[in-house]
Design a binder for this molecule. Structure first.
Ligand SMILES: [Cu+2]
Length: 151
């Protein structure tokens, strides 16, 4: 009968783990699709980033934090429509990506607000945003600036 000693067990474990690590690096748990940052006229200090987040895992993920080197602060906002056509934005602490599902950050809904822009955002440049999820998973996306002004 073959008995595993400690070393061969370690080799066996490593052999099992390595493909998992390689898979995780090649397949991010969350994919960012159609992401962009709204480019606004010079002098504007706040703007918004929009994107579709796709959860490729079998577990729901909770988005708990956002940041960007382009802005003093970045936070999740929700646009709420009040009676009489008034619109306002509310700070949202967390948002859930369903297992194998999507979360849309879009104009008029949930969005990523970039507040206190450190420089004007020019079309053709990119802005980094980092999304942090419960459990320590985070990802950084490089989003193009798309100007709202069409010349
Ligand atoms: Cu907002």
């Amino acid at each position: 009968m073959h008995i595993l000693n400690r070393n061969s067990l370690a080799v066996l474990l490593l052999g099992c783990l390595l493909p998992v690590i390689a898979w995780a690096a090649a397949n991010p748990v969350v994919q960012v699709r159609n992401g962009f940052v709204r480019g606004l006229p010079p002098g504007t200090t706040n703007t918004a980033a929009y994107m579709t987040l796709v959860n490729t895992s079998d577990e729901a993920l909770v988005l708990t934090g956002t940041m960007s080197p382009a802005a003093t602060s970045a936070m999740l906002h929700k646009t709420v429509h009040h009676e009489g056509g008034m619109m306002a934005m509310e700070h949202v602490m967390t948002a859930t990506l369903p297992a194998r599902g999507q979360l849309k950050l879009e104009s008029g809904g949930l969005h990523l607000m970039l507040m206190g822009l450190k420089r004007p955002l020019r079309e053709g440049t990119n802005v980094e945003v980092t999304l942090q999820f419960e459990g320590g998973y985070s990802l950084t996306a490089d989003l193009p600036v798309v100007s709202v002004l069409k010349e």
